[in-house]
Design a protein around this ligand. Structure first.
Ligand code: 9WN
Length: 451
């Protein structure tokens, strides 16, 4: 499939998954709206329709909690109850969670990495580049700016009361990289209590070897019970949540999202005071990431707050300083070496020289299992965008060209087996289609890989 066909198919995937103002993450496995998926989806939609891209973020923000949290799932009221587990009934309504939107549970109570401000700014920049709808995009930014600021404030305060610059997560789902080995030791320390019998609906759609294990799911579900039991009170969770970790990937994304929000604040004429706050968060975030550097791995490491120890693992999250735009040249140099080495994209056996989500040399690597090895196009987009930002043009072009070569199968897989290139997980995954659209709209793209 050539570039034009990829664009046409990607646009068709987003159309098919369009539920009217919001996009389901995939046709069957994920029939609801996911938070960071929607941000990436908006980046793709920006190339098709400014208003619809803005609506994607706007509709998600309608479900923002009173404390600023953007929930990780907004449930589709029309999806049948047997379509996704855990469905809305497993989360809390406003009655048991004071910060949640009023009425019955329509959202989950967790959150995901804050890509939203990055997407919002990109909607304007794409509109400007197309000389179309820029005024509409600016008006949209004016509407969402206070909501995005409240979201970032929530992450910078309630999720970082220590002012470490690093975001705390209470559940691996909050990282977006659910079963990654980055969380294995912390998850092993979680003692599972009484959980009601449950049925894994995901396994009806995808081969079990491509999804998290039962051991992991028991912990995921137990953590939902514990978190719900506190009424989603972050202060209480800091004292009793059995899983509590500083997430370097979410923290790096927050740094870039704060930069995007600072730019947006200029566009919408927000007070200087806001920019000073955003600058302070950016500085703190970079410092927190500098301090999470792991020289032995040549990567950054997450931190288990419960155990009081780092969580060293060779996964794509370790590239967080690259994503944050670190000012430490030595860290960036080291990251480039790690990225090109056989630990990641330089493994000769790979189908395409694209970084597996977990290094094939990491304990716990599994080439078909979700975040434990497969290549994720959406993560490649994030790395590509970060390489461009770091002035690493050649590496960025290469990553994009091979990613497009991978997507020329037309499956728009959720993730890919790194050695065979087989599409895994869900087909027609919305965010995969979205990043393909963004890549192909990128200037100078000829869609052909160049070594
Ligand atoms: C749980 C929707 C989401 C992504 C996550 C990915 C996966 C859900 C699941 O799918 O998570 O949130 O059921 O496995 O890990 O990053 O947002 O695409």
């Amino acid at each position: 499939m050539g570039p034009e066909d990829i664009v046409a198919r990607a646009a068709a995937v987003l159309r098919e998954n369009d539920m009217g103002g919001w996009t389901r993450a995939s046709p069957t496995l994920y029939p609801h709206q996911w938070s960071w998926d929607s941000a990436f989806i908006a980046i793709g939609l920006a190339h098709l329709d400014t208003g619809r891209a803005a609506r994607e973020i706007g509709s998600l923000l309608e479900h923002q909690w009173d404390n600023g949290k953007i929930p990780h799932i907004v449930f589709n009221p029309h999806a049948p109850p047997e379509s996704y587990f855990p469905g809305p009934e497993h989360w809390a309504s406003a009655a048991d969670a004071p910060d949640s939107p009023t009425g019955p549970a329509t959202t989950s109570g967790l959150c995901q990495p804050p890509v939203h401000a990055i997407a919002a700014l990109r909607i304007l920049r794409v509109a400007e580049a197309r000389s179309e709808d820029a005024a509409q995009a600016r008006a949209f930014l004016g509407e969402v700016y206070p909501k995005l600021l409240a979201w970032h404030r929530y992450l910078a305060t309630s999720r970082d009361p220590e002012s470490s610059g690093l975001v705390t997560i209470f559940h691996p789902w909050e990282s977006g990289t659910d079963n990654s080995p980055r969380w294995t030791p912390a998850l092993e320390r979680v003692e599972v209590g009484e959980i009601p019998h449950y049925e894994r609906l995901d396994l009806g759609h995808v081969d079990p070897s491509e999804r998290p294990t039962g051991y992991e799911y028991d912990r995921f579900i137990w953590l939902v019970e514990v978190i719900k039991g506190t009424g989603y009170d972050d202060e209480v969770l800091f004292t009793k949540c059995p899983f509590m970790a500083k997430d370097v990937l979410a923290s790096a994304i927050l740094v870039k999202a704060n930069e995007a929000l600072a730019e947006i604040s200029g566009v919408v004429g927000a007070p200087e005071e806001d920019r000073a706050t955003l600058r302070a968060w950016i500085e703190r975030g970079r410092k927190g990431l500098d301090e999470s550097w792991n020289p032995d791995l040549g990567l950054c490491s997450d931190y288990d707050l419960r155990a009081g120890e780092p969580l060293p693992a060779r996964t794509i999250a370790g590239f967080a300083p690259l994503i944050a735009g670190s000012e430490r040249e030595d860290h960036l140099e080291s990251l480039m070496l790690t990225l090109d080495s056989p630990l990641f994209a330089g493994d000769d056996d790979l189908r395409w020289p694209l970084p597996p989500s977990t290094s094939p040399q990491e304990k716990g690597f599994l080439p078909r299992s979700y975040w434990r090895g497969p290549v994720w196009p959406v993560i490649n987009w994030l790395l590509w965008w970060s390489l461009e930002g770091a002035g690493e043009r050649k590496r960025a072009d290469r990553l994009k060209a091979y990613s497009l070569a991978q997507l020329s199968d037309g499956c728009f897989g959720e993730y890919y087996e790194p050695f065979t290139g087989e599409a895994l997980g869900s087909d027609d995954q919305s965010w995969t289609a979205a990043v393909a659209l963004d890549w192909l709209a990128d200037e100078g793209s000829n869609g052909k890989p160049a070594r």
